[in-house]
Ligand binder design. Structure first.
Ligand SMILES: [Zn+2]
Length: 312
């Protein structure tokens, strides 16, 4: 409750390649939420306009008695939180976009700004599976693989390059969109597992649209599916172990689409991580709790911080 007698709230946005998740968040939690199209196919101006419209629309729906203090926006791609800049977001065709300033100019409000996975990691640490951990990493495994590292409650950013664990490390194998070869993303992400299975079997996209189908086939005894799944999980174990060797993380939270596999992912992942660690304590490997809401809740935390309030 502010001096004006109004309840404080923030507007939070998670901008994806397809949809924008927006929410009005008060101290008690989510008050309103909306899903609107990003309109990425109509070009970068259209998608920026869609972001600004989503903020304006949600502010227009704020119930009586609430006062919006600030806005939080999180986006995919390479994001420089310090400068408020989207360096590049391939899905949105954004390059060197000063999005924080554009939203601030349009709203006249303080704006918290960040990367979707890092903000999701912050939300899991604050509100979800990483709660209570001194340090943790949130590894999102979906179309790609990226980690959000939170050390003593602070996301470790390094101008957007920290936690990009899905790329590099090898010099042979399938070509990756990053320009490298054999990157973990090409065969250990949810999309990579499905693509690799299709390549090795000739299955169509309709037959095997995603990693869930590969897992179903592996469980039904399909030998190729078993190898593709096991190889992907084994590489993920290597990525987690690499982070633990550097940061000695006590908790690693696994999120993104692949975690829907549950124990079929987490049990062999735990085995793969243990097999690669000797002197380091083995981290607790836990599934994310906030699911697809992690990004928007993270945007909310950044918004509270921008307003000078305790994040929640
Ligand atoms: Zn790559």
């Amino acid at each position: 409750m502010s001096a004006s007698g109004l309840r404080s709230a923030v507007v939070a946005l998670d901008v994806g390649g397809t949809d924008i998740k927006s929410a009005l968040i008060s101290a008690d939690g989510v008050v309103l939420q909306r899903l609107t199209p990003t309109r990425a196919a109509d070009g970068p101006e259209a998608s920026v306009a869609a972001v600004l419209a989503a903020v304006a629309d949600l502010r227009g729906e704020v119930p009586a008695g609430y006062e919006v203090l600030s806005v939080g926006v999180v986006v995919p791609g390479t994001v420089d939180e310090e400068d408020g800049l989207v360096i590049s977001a391939e899905n949105l065709d954004w390059v060197d976009l000063p999005l924080r300033r554009l939203v601030a100019d349009a709203t006249g409000l303080p704006v918290g700004f960040g990367h979707d996975v890092r903000a999701g990691g912050l939300a899991e640490w604050r509100l979800g599976a990483g709660r209570g951990a001194h340090d943790h990493a949130f590894v999102s495994i979906g179309t790609g693989i990226a980690a959000a590292i939170v050390l003593r409650g602070e996301p470790y950013v390094a101008h957007g390059y920290a936690g990009e664990i899905g790329h590099g490390g090898t010099t042979s194998g399938a070509v990756c969109p990053c320009g490298g070869r054999g990157c973990a993303e090409t065969f250990a992400s949810a999309a990579g597992i499905a693509r690799r299975y299709r390549e090795e079997t000739g299955a169509s996209l309709e037959e095997v649209p995603g990693s869930a189908e590969v897992l179903a086939r592996a469980k039904a005894g399909d030998a190729v599916a078993r190898v593709v799944w096991a190889r992907g999980v084994d590489r993920l174990g290597e990525l987690v172990a690499e982070m633990v060797r550097v940061l000695a993380l006590p908790v690693v939270v696994i999120g993104g689409g692949l975690v829907r596999a549950g124990a079929d992912l987490l049990d062999p992942l735990d085995v793969a991580v243990r097999a690669r660690l000797t002197i380091h304590p083995v981290p607790r490997i836990v599934p994310a709790r906030l699911g697809s809401a992690a990004g928007v809740r993270g945007a909310g935390i950044l918004a509270w911080a921008a307003a000078g309030r305790d994040p929640r």
